[in-house]
Design a protein around this ligand. Sequence first.
Ligand code: C5P
Length: 294
Amino acid sequence: MKLLAPAKINLFLKVMRKRPDGYHELRTIMVPISFGDEITLEEAPSGIILDECGCGCAAKDNLAFRAAGLFLERTGIPGGVSIGIVKKIPVGAGLGGGSSDAACVLLGMNDLFKAGLGRQELVALAGELGADCPFFIYRKAMLMGSRGDVPLQEVTLEDRAYLIVIPPFGISTAEVFSKFTFPLTPDGNGITIDSIKENCIEPEHWVLNDLEVVAFDIHPELTRIKVELMKAGALKAGMSGSGSAVFGIFESGAHLCSVMSRLKRHDGYSYIPTTRLTGDIYGDYRGQGVSGQG
Ligand code: C5P
């Protein structure tokens, strides 16, 4: 079984307050995009075999490996699984790669072993693996609350083209949150659920990320990337999650294509034109040969 584990961008990310559990309460609009890792799952006689984790960590620390372990433990299924990952989403980019791989393994194994877990059960398992994981069970644009793990409202977006710029370095989420300080005067830019309930929203009007100031301080070159995207004609540009990836929103694919030729490219940086994951691809994790490129 071949699956797509899509990346996400955070169109909007507002840090509301520090929580007693040490995490930060967030309101964030997360959007799955048509670019991601390719995951292959096959039944194995026993145990979990991880082919290529590409995360530079031991297999047992890989979130996809842990997802498979959690799934086998909770369902009591006696078999094993072999997981292959073609890593395209870099670690530390704020694109949710590890979380998406893990959610994809849960979705795929549920199908492969015909375990019959419902969406809420899968979401609960995903929540045990990390704050970003539950979103990838839904794989739809969502306003998420709490630590970024609780869906508040599905969001419908106008069609746009996105250019994801991935720098040759990652940023630690823990470091960014630890350096975050709340502004002395709240900006009053509170997102309300009602304001995104209405029909389609224009994504460029929602681009905001409270963590940008911290990440741009750690890596000032990210400011330059954002400025270059705007100069090239992006409707809006912003950082995803805790960085390091920066995205630009363009009117259409044709517009983005015309911009690519005049956009300054930097050595070591990846420039990935894509779209949001469309309804057709949603739920298509059973499909064969799904490509990561939109
Ligand atoms: O979810 P993840 O484990 O990737 O988060 C890494 C770290 O980022 C957490 O241990 C926490 O310190 C911080 N974090 C936070 N508030 C969130 C999400 C993450 O403070 N909502």
